[in-house]
Write a protein that binds this ligand. Structure first.
Ligand SMILES: Nc1ncnc2c1ncn2[C@@H]1O[C@H](COP(=O)(O)OP(=O)(O)O[C@H]2O[C@H](CO)[C@@H](O)[C@H](O)[C@H]2O)[C@@H](O)[C@H]1O
Length: 479
């Protein structure tokens, strides 16, 4: 079975969030089942060094954004198909925006080119390799199933995965012609979304199957609160919609073998976690205190993640005896709030504004608990890393957070099943009340250690979910 994954980012090469982790790990998890999954993504400057090591396998004369070529290269255990179109992707800044933080004005053309190149591979195949499935991730890849459908072909089958429904790729109707989309499909049951073209909606309508990254989120997005305007489109597709929980790469995220930690530890022998805590406290100038919980945040600083409510609860966190380490980048107001908290509570709150992969590992290794009070969370990966590192997740009851963390209620504690703390609301008051529960259990070392053990033994790898993707691919190719 050959699967063409189409994506705008892929770890460890280019990453702005969880999508990259998933696409970077899933092909390896599918391989034992005989799936040859290749990852197609654009050549941003960070990927230049790979180009020289690869082989050109296709050229494109007339993508919406001009010409391009496809270079295949093996790297980090993945087979990458790199779309080299410098006029679109050789730019400073991040994948979606320039150094000034503003989205590139031609993002519609950039990612339509990626999608169209993917669709072309499906018609023409590559030397010795023809996809059985095209698997598109998020809005940036969402036109690939549409371009395929426009040809009238029924193979390969297409899967559209929603990692974040908040980003939809919405552009004015003038882009229809430029992107080579069928004008007669510009209607409410097709490409059109309130007078505009919506990439994500189009993918949801025209893909053979839609998935999202947890079972709870697959139900939530059918409601107006979570569907972000696409609930109607999704309701029409419930027969072809499923939630498959994300896993994590347990080799990359392994406290027993992690170069970012001062000493390895594991579920059987977690003692060395203290050394990571000391290193983390030093790095953020926190008091070297082991008697109260050290919380961490590793996140894009956005409304989605509920961090405004958390920022308001920081005085309570400190008063309750906790410490807080923050690693994140995002909305200026939130960056300022966490920077100020570090100034207001020296030794108790430490903030690093920036993106630092190695530091995120040390944070997971050194903190006692990770705070994820998201307003919505399709799956969430940092709670899974937290479980693996014995860093108990403190989460909102939503999406994949609800599916992966077992609250420390009396019943769960009695059977030693509890792995974290789950709260029903995202308000400063609800967060404060949950922080009190954490502090209370942290003061009972026997209970806390039991929870750490349960967390570290909780399965977070890709095995089960990879099987679910394989059966989905098999059902689709057999239909
Ligand atoms: N400043 C920083 N420095 C270093 N690393 C940082 C960082 N900020 C964030 N990260 C890392 O970025 C990733 C974030 O992944 P998440 O799944 O938690 O959220 P995201 O919203 O990006 O992903 C979306 O897609 C994923 C994948 O499907 C879903 O799990 C999720 O719910 C959905 O919102 C993690 O690997 C985290 O460690």
């Amino acid at each position: 079975m050959n699967v063409l994954m189409v994506t705008s980012e892929c770890a460890p090469f280019v990453k702005t969030g969880g999508l990259a982790d998933v696409v970077g790990a899933l092909p390896g998890a599918l391989a034992p089942s005989g799936v040859d999954a290749r990852v197609m993504l654009p050549v941003y400057p960070a990927l230049f060094p790979l180009l020289a090591k690869g082989t050109e396998v296709a050229t494109f004369g007339d993508l919406p954004g001009g010409t391009g070529r496809l270079v295949q290269v093996e790297a980090e255990g993945l087979t990458l198909l790199l779309l080299d179109a410098p006029q679109l992707f050789d730019r400073p800044g991040k994948p979606y925006n320039g150094p000034d933080g503003r989205d590139w004005e031609d993002n519609h053309r950039r990612f339509a080119s990626l999608a169209q190149a993917a669709a072309r591979i499906c018609f023409d195949g590559l030397p010795g390799w023809v996809p059985d499935i095209l698997h598109a991730h998020d809005w940036q890849a969402a036109l690939a199933p549409v371009y395929l459908k426009q040809t009238g072909r029924t193979v390969p089958k297409t899967v559209m995965t929603i990692h974040n429904i908040a980003f939809q790729g919405r552009y004015g109707p003038h882009v229809l012609g430029e992107l080579g989309l069928r004008p007669d499909w510009f209607h409410a049951d097709g490409l059109e979304y309130y007078g505009d073209v919506s990439f994500l909606k189009a993918g949801l309508v025209y893909a053979d199957h839609v998935t999202t990254v947890s079972p709870t989120y697959a139900r939530e997005i059918l409601t107006p609160h979570f569907g972000m305007g696409l609930e109607g489109v999704l309701q029409a597709r419930t027969e072809s919609l499923s939630g498959i929980l994300n896993g994590i790469d347990t080799d990359v995220w392994n406290p027993g073998d992690d170069a970012a930690l001062p000493a390895p530890y594991n579920a059987a022998n977690p003692k060395n976690k203290r050394q990571s805590r000391t290193a983390l406290a030093e790095r953020l100038a926190l008091d070297p205190d082991h008697d109260s919980p050290l919380f961490c945040v590793i996140s894009r600083l956005t409304e989605q993640k509920g961090l405004d409510a958390l920022a308001a609860a920081i005085p309570h966190l400190v008063e309750a005896g906790g410490q807080l380490a923050v690693l994140g980048t995002g909305e200026p107001g939130l960056e300022a709030a966490f920077t100020k908290a570090a100034q207001d509570f020296p030794g108790k709150v430490g903030t690093y504004i920036g993106y630092d992969e190695a530091f995120s590992h040390l944070m997971q290794g050194g903190a006692d608990a990770i705070l994820i009070p998201s307003r919505f969370e399709p799956c969430g990966l940092t709670q899974l890393y937290g479980l693996r590192y014995g860093t108990l997740p403190v989460v909102a009851r939503t999406g994949g957070l609800a599916d992966t963390v077992i609250d420390a209620n009396a019943a769960a504690l009695a059977v030693k099943a509890a792995t974290g703390f789950v709260m029903n609301d995202v308000t400063p008051e609800a967060i404060s009340a949950t922080l009190d529960r954490v502090v209370e259990l942290y003061a009972q070392p026997g209970v806390w250690k039991g929870m750490m053990r349960a967390a570290m033994r909780h399965p977070v790898g890709w095995e089960e979910s990879a099987k679910s993707y394989v059966s989905l691919y098999e059902i689709l190719t057999a239909s």
